[in-house]
Design a protein around this ligand. Structure first.
Ligand code: AMP
Length: 388
């Protein structure tokens, strides 16, 4: 744990044998119909689950899935996740159905509760919903770092209502790795930021501009910065309202690198006509960074002490516009720096390049990771601090 981060209550200090342990996991997997499109979150939740079961805990596992907004929506049932985990599913997360399923648990058994967000009380952190959840277990473990930025019933209210509480292994790992980035990065600290919109990432860009030595901006975000520098962006996606903000950031102390060349096409759906240019023509859209830009970032990455990368550097879903992101995944993996990659598309680029093993930490926390790096207190993490 780094000096700036308060230590979290550890799961290893809990007495769990024979006891009912509520585990808030992040099983919010992408679904295609009832098929799980990507099971990484399920796999990531196993360590805490197995650890508790091996020690004879009676595990009450809970998660949200999608945004049912307080209504029971059959298409957002956690049934496919229960199947993937090989666990029974209680048909509700509170009330008689849940209590019955929990009462039946033998030592080492686990049950998955139905989607927490079928109840409006979850997102409202409603005290009666917290009380209904609290009836199910005596011990609380939160392993859902990805929802720790939300003060919901299962992430904050229930934690505070359960004196015996701790962070699961995944939560612990995310906080440890991200606090190292936030509080004691080894220099040079190089951040690579991509993705669609400056507006989504503005807070994190501003926070990282204060800590990093170099910010490399790619993805559609880069073109707003290019306009701010007086360069042409052609038909690329820009946010005119943020040009002044981009200019202020460019005028700051931190080195900000923008793409030196671009892979452009006449339209999003004409990838066959992709070509590399140094200046974006007025009738073209820039959809990826080019080879000189890749080399520019790779050069900084080679000399870095710490690397953080979030957001794709191009229209990653459509080849050949995935090449920039893949090349950067390879550069991060080849570097000897402490490297953290986060965000769905960047993680997919790392997986596609087959270099996951050589990245120090693959952060699955999404928006929560960015808020943590901004220096904001996450309610779900705060509730697990030793003195909380
Ligand atoms: P975000 O969710 O902000 O990380 O943005 C991810 C999205 O940005 C992905 O769907 C990418 O395809 C898209 N994106 C990245 N670069 C570009 C670009 N140059 N033009 C259009 N979309 C882009």
């Amino acid at each position: 744990m780094s000096p700036g981060a308060a230590p979290l209550r550890s799961i290893e200090a809990l007495r769990v044998e024979g006891r009912h342990v509520f585990v808030r996991a992040d099983l919010n997997v992408p679904l295609r119909g009832t098929a799980i499109a990507d099971d990484s979150r399920i796999r990531a939740s196993r360590r805490t689950l197995d650890w508790l079961r091996e020690r004879g805990a009676r595990v009450v596992l809970a998660s949200h899935l999608g945004r049912p907004k307080g209504e029971r929506r059959p298409e957002l049932s956690l049934a496919p996740v229960a199947d993937a985990l090989g666990l029974p599913l209680a048909e509700d997360c509170v009330g008689a159905a849940a209590e019955k399923a929990v009462a039946r648990l033998a030592e080492g058994d686990a049950v998955l509760l139905e989607n927490l967000r079928f109840h409006a009380g979850e997102e409202r952190n409603d005290s009666s919903f917290v009380a209904a959840l609290a009836r199910l277990a005596d011990v609380y473990v939160n392993d859902a770092f990805g929802t720790a930025h939300r003060a919901h019933a299962s992430t904050e209210g229930l934690a505070r209502a359960t004196p015996e509480r701790a962070a699961g292994f995944l939560m612990q790992l995310e906080v440890e790795m991200l606090s190292r980035l936030r509080d004691e990065p080894e220099h040079p600290y190089v951040c690579i930021l991509g993705g669609a919109k400056v507006s989504d990432k503005l807070a994190v860009i501003e926070a990282l501009a204060e800590r990093a030595d170099t910010l490399c901006i790619g993805g559609a975000m880069a073109y707003t910065f290019m306009l701010a520098r007086g360069e042409s962006a052609g038909l690329s996606r820009v946010e005119p309202g943020l040009v002044d903000t981009a200019r202020r950031l460019l005028d700051g102390e931190t080195e900000i690198l923008l793409p030196l060349d671009h892979v452009v096409a006449p339209a999003l759906d004409r990838p066959g006509e992709a070509r590399t240019v140094e200046e974006i023509p007025s009738d073209a859209i820039a959809l990826d960074i080019g080879p000189r830009s890749i080399e520019q970032i790779a050069g900084r990455v080679r000399k870095a002490g710490t690397i953080f990368w979030n957001g794709p550097l191009g229209l990653f879903e459509t080849p050949p516009f995935d090449e920039g992101s893949r090349a950067i995944a390879e550069a991060c993996a080849a570097s000897g720096a402490f490297s953290v990659v986060g965000g769905g598309d960047s993680l997919a680029a790392v997986a596609a390049a087959g270099v996951g093993e050589r990245i120090s930490h693959l952060s699955t926390g999404g928006g929560a990771s960015l808020e943590y790096l901004e220096g904001r207190a996450l309610p779900g993490v705060k509730a697990l601090e030793a003195e909380a």
